[in-house]
Design a protein. Sequence first.
Length: 235
Amino acid sequence: MENITKTAEEISFTTDMSVSLANAIRRSVGEIPILAIDECDIYKNDSALYDEIISHRLGLVSLKNQKMKKGESVEMKMKVKGKGEITDVFAGELGDDVVYPETPIVLLGAGQEVELVARARVGKGIEHAKFMPGLVYYKHLAKIKISSEGERYSELAELYPKVFEMFGEKLKVKDASACDLDNEDMEDFPGVEISFDDNLVFVIESWGQIRASDIFVEACKALKENLFEVSKAVK
């Protein structure tokens, strides 16, 4: 395993794990308990958006995750009145539990108001997409071979700067893990060959509720628990 990117928001690494295991971990992300707005009482809405649209947008707001008992909820209030020609209403109006306070919710004209109470609860992505903590995917790691004939194609470094770069007057591979190409894309560039083996590039992108590294750890825990339940059932 080799890390390519590691930040709070994103992790990517190469691995020789099987596709079936990688897919099982990916699917288990939907088993992680995540806090999200689930109910919304709108008392006033003079904006151009229907109540249902505002409720939908609130459900997509990333909230700081926290452990809660079944049936518990977090209440958040929003009351904003438009000032001037246009007033931007951001998710930060809901309070400190919002991960990205500048997430836009609605625009208000002069004198227009929006007043609501939202309630957030913990759920799982298998129940609804708003409870997903991020995006997890994988792809096969490309193996790129450049012969002496292929070293002259400087345009590849311009077309795909994440994958190729020029070393003097010769084309070189910059980062094979960033490659989403195959041999069909290289038909006009003889001497550049792309193949794949069993190694994977595994990528996790967090939407802010929890760190990308925690998504991987919690997904593995969820997978382990599910396998334990299956093993008990077949005994």
